[in-house]
Ligand binder design. Sequence first.
Ligand code: S3P
Length: 429
Amino acid sequence: MKITIEPAEKIRGRIKVPGDKSISHRALLFSALTENNVEIEGLLKAEDTLSTQNCLAELGVEFKENGSKLLVKGKGLRGLEEPKDVLNAGNSGTTARLLAGLLAGQPFHSTLSGDSSLRGRPMQRVTEPLRLMGASINGRNNGCLLPLSIRGYDLLPINYALPVASAQVKSALLIAGLFSRGVSEIIDSYNTRDHTERALRYLGASINKPGKYHIRLEGPAKLYGERFRIPGDISAAAYFIVAAALAPQGELYIENVGINPTRTGILDVLIKMGAKVRILNEKEYNCEPAADLLIEGGRQLRGIEINGEMIPRLIDEIPILAVAALFAEGETIIRGAAELRIKESDRLKAMALELQKMGARVQELPDGLVIRGGAKLTGARCESHGDHRIAMALATAALFAEKESVISGAEVVRISFPGFFEVLSELST
Ligand code: S3P
């Protein structure tokens, strides 16, 4: 699908964004492991979360829609069934890696695969520690790539320092730790998103954080809970937050967005760059903080350096931050983000290439980008690289080009935000 984006003067309105993708995956997976029935409200309905739901259904979990809510019949820790077919994680790295942790604890055989992008993404980061816990895992390239064939056994607890800053790997090990007998200790590398830890705490698992990066979980766990309420996804809101901050005029109100501190790097950086963002009506559900956001346009942004501990707090927002940086005064330098090369696409390469087509001055570094601000963007014909976040970032940049732009492969937004273009056109005039 090709989409045409016209330049906009104003971003104005009041919106809600879809449910948080990371929390939705975890709500589905952990609800399935509870001893009771769980009602999920605000679940993201998009391809990635549907992949998790379908895989769980293959493992015998029953779901029932009830209006806008989803009811999940918990199977307990030991109630899953051997799947009759290959589990298909589609495009979703979170589904594949979290499920690998779950399957490692099951007394049966399963095969896990995904689409061509996911089949090229590294899995050794989960298979290596899961093997240390006692799971038997085979796959292409000695278990580094999907499809993976997994046969779980009684797992041993693990004591493991993460070699890469990855919430998916940390979560896979915590999930496997639920099935083992004893205490697992995981040392995070920086503070990656902690939705797994919060969900497990909410469901009554014995999990705590004895040190800044140190997580301790006691297995086996019995999980109980009645409902999950999922706040809006800050990673989905990010495109509109940047659009509103860059617009010469207008004001945007976004209701009920998750503001977990491991995810709010985008707000901290934009505020530092000079954007006017206010956080209102703070609340909390199932151990996850949320709030409304108010963004005003018409401010001149300044370039910034982003690296180190900040990177995991905005890992999925780097494409849209690169767009914000194009219109800032001075240079923006992003470093320490080599992980972006192994996401749904090589996001550093994709953003540099596509923004250059619009006339931007962006240089690729091995682990980041250098973006020269003060750009005058021309309209261009761009390509999503099959990556939802690239499509949404380019569409946002196109709002501020001199002429219309066309983005091909735009249907990929269905991975995380099926109604993205409708909301964008509603807001922009
Ligand atoms: C996610 C973790 C991050 C992030 C991804 C979602 C999660 O990936 O980029 O979109 O839900 O745990 P990594 O664990 O590879 O950093």
